[in-house]
Design a binder for this molecule. Structure first.
Ligand SMILES: *Cc1c(COP(=O)(O)O)cnc(C)c1O
Length: 402
C-alpha cells in the first residue's frame, strides 16, 4: 500500500529533477541562513506552541470538514469541503504567513516584503505584520490591483504599503520579480514571505510544512465522520501549489489516496490565453527553482492568463512538478467559464461563495467519475468576497439572472 519512493524534498533541495535554489549571489546569505536554520527553528517547542496557539485562537483552526449534501447527491460520492475559506482573512494563506512571521522574528528581521496575485497572500502578510508590529511592503501587479480592489483596501487598512508592478502582464509573475528586486537591495533587514510552495529551496518545503496542518486535520476529521483516516481523492486548485501541498502532505505516500490538481485553462488550453502550466509547461528556472513553466523554445516566459488572479502564474511548485511527472498526481484543467459555473453552483446549492481560484477545483468534478461511497475531499482554499465584482460583471455580461 505504502509507496517507498519519496515525494519529500531531498537533502540538497530537490524533488526528483525539480527544485533547488537558483538565486542571484546577493541573496545567497539570506537563503542560506533560512536553509540552515528553518528546520531547527520550526521544531522548537516554543515555536510550535506559538504557531499552534495562533492557528487556533487567531486563525480559528481547525477549519471544518463539511459534507456537501447537494454536491454529494449530484456526483454520487461523499463530497467533503475542507473549509479554509472560514480562516481569518478568508483563505489558506494565513497558515503560512503565521509560520513565516514567527521565523522572521527569530531571524531578527524588521522589514517584511511579499508578492501577491489575488491579494489573499498580501492580506495575510499585512495581517501578521500588524499583529507583530513589523513593516510590510506588498508588491502587486497593476492589473491585479484593479481586479482585486477590496483586498488592496484591506492591506492598506492593515498598515501595509501596496506597490504596483507595471512590467510584463502586470500580474503575479511581475509582482514576484519586483519583490525579488527589493530583497536583493535590502537583504540584511528584510524577510521575504513567499506566498506559495515555490521559490528557492527551502521555501517550497517550508511553506508546505506550514500548510500541512490542513491534511493533518483532514485525517482525524474524516476518521470521526467516516471511520476512515484517508479519503479516496483529494482535489485542490493549483497556482504555485500551497493549498494543494497542505491538503496532500500527509497522504503523499499513501497510495490509497488519489491526488488531483486543478489548473486554470483560462480561455482554453490551446487558446494562447491560459495558465495551464503542467500541461503546457517545460522544464526551466523561474523565481529561484527548477520546475515546469510556460516558456518559448528559446526560454522566454509566456505571459499566463486566467480570470482568477491567484492562478495567473506561468510556473508551478517543484513538488507538484515532481508529483505530476512521476504520475503520483493527476491534473485536470478548468476554463474561466467552467470555474464561473462552479462558483454559481456552489453559491446557489450550498450557500457558499467560493474564491474564483477554488472554483477551478470544483469545476473539474464534472470531468471525473466516482464510485458510490468514495470519499472525496476538496480543498475549499478561499472565500469569494474579493471576487464579487468579477462575479457580478460576469453574470451581467452573460445575462445570467441575478
Ligand atoms: C493564492 C490562492 C490560491 C493559489 O495559490 P496556491 O499556492 O496554489 O494555493 C488558491 N486559492 C486561493 C483562495 C488563493 O488565495
Amino acid at each position: 500500500m505504502t509507496n517507498t519512493f519519496s515525494y519529500h524534498v531531498s537533502e540538497s533541495g530537490f524533488y526528483g529533477e525539480f527544485g533547488g535554489a537558483f538565486i542571484p549571489e546577493m541573496l545567497y546569505a539570506n537563503v542560506e541562513e533560512i536553509r540552515t536554520k528553518y528546520l531547527d527553528i520550526i521544531s522548537e517547542p516554543a515555536f510550535q506552541e506559538e504557531f499552534n496557539h495562533l492557528l487556533r485562537d487567531y486563525v480559528g483552526r481547525p477549519s471544518p470538514l463539511y459534507r456537501a449534501e447537494t454536491l454529494s447527491r449530484k456526483y454520487g460520492a461523499n463530497i467533503y469541503l475542507k473549509r479554509e475559506d472560514l480562516n481569518h482573512t478568508g483563505a489558506h494563506k494565513i497558515n503560512n504567513t503565521i509560520g513565516q512571521i514567527l521565523l522572521a522574528k527569530r531571524l531578527g528581521k524588521k522589514r517584511i516584503i511579499a508578492e501577491t496575485g489575488a491579494g489573499q497572500h498580501g492580506v495575510a502578510t499585512a495581517t501578521v505584520c500588524a499583529l507583530m508590529g513589523l513593516e510590510c511592503i506588498v508588491y502587486m501587479g497593476a492589473v491585479d490591483i484593479v481586479r482585486q480592489a477590496p483586498n488592496v483596501a484591506r492591506m492598506q487598512m492593515l498598515g501595509a504599503s501596496v506597490v504596483p508592478a507595471e512590467s510584463g502582464s502586470k500580474t503575479l509573475k511581475d509582482a514576484t520579480n519586483e519583490a525579488i528586486r527589493d530583497w536583493i537591495n535590502n537583504a540584511e533587514t528584510t524577510h521575504y514571505i513567499i506566498g506559495s510552495a515555490i521559490g528557492p529551496h527551502p521555501y517550497p518545503d517550508m511553506v508546505t510544512r506550514f500548510q500541512a496542518i490542513v491534511s493533518e486535520e483532514i485525517q482525524w476529521q474524516l476518521k470521526e465522520k467516516t471511520g476512515k483516516d484517508h479519503p479516496d481523492y483529494v482535489i485542490a486548485c493549483v497556482g504555485g501549489g500551497s493549498n494543494a501541498a497542505g491538503a496532500f502532505y500527509h497522504f503523499l505516500h499513501d497510495d490509497r489516496v488519489r491526488l488531483i490538481l486543478a489548473e486554470a485553462a483560462g480561455k482554453g488550453i490551446d487558446s494562447g490565453h491560459s495558465a495551464a502550466t503542467s500541461i503546457l509547461g517545460t522544464k526551466g528556472i523561474i523565481h529561484g527553482c527548477m520546475t515546469l513553466l510556460m516558456q518559448t523554445s528559446d526560454g522566454q516566459i509566456v505571459e499566463p492568463y486566467s480570470l482568477s488572479a491567484g492562478l495567473d502564474y506561468p510556473g508551478i511548485g517543484p513538488m507538484h512538478a515532481h508529483l505530476i511527472k512521476s504520475g503520483r498526481a493527476s491534473v485536470y484543467a478548468a476554463t474561466d467559464d467552467e470555474a464561473m459555473m462552479a462558483v454559481i453552483e456552489l453559491s446557489r446549492s450550498e450557500g457558499i461563495i467560493p474564491a474564483l481560484e477554488t472554483a477551478h477545483a470544483l469545476a473539474i468534478l464534472d470531468k471525473m467519475t466516482f464510485k458510490k461511497d468514495e470519499n472525496v475531499v476538496i480543498s475549499l482554499s478561499g472565500r469569494g468576497d474579493k471576487d464579487l465584482n468579477t462575479y457580478i460583471k460576469y453574470l451581467e455580461d452573460h445575462q445570467i439572472p441575478l
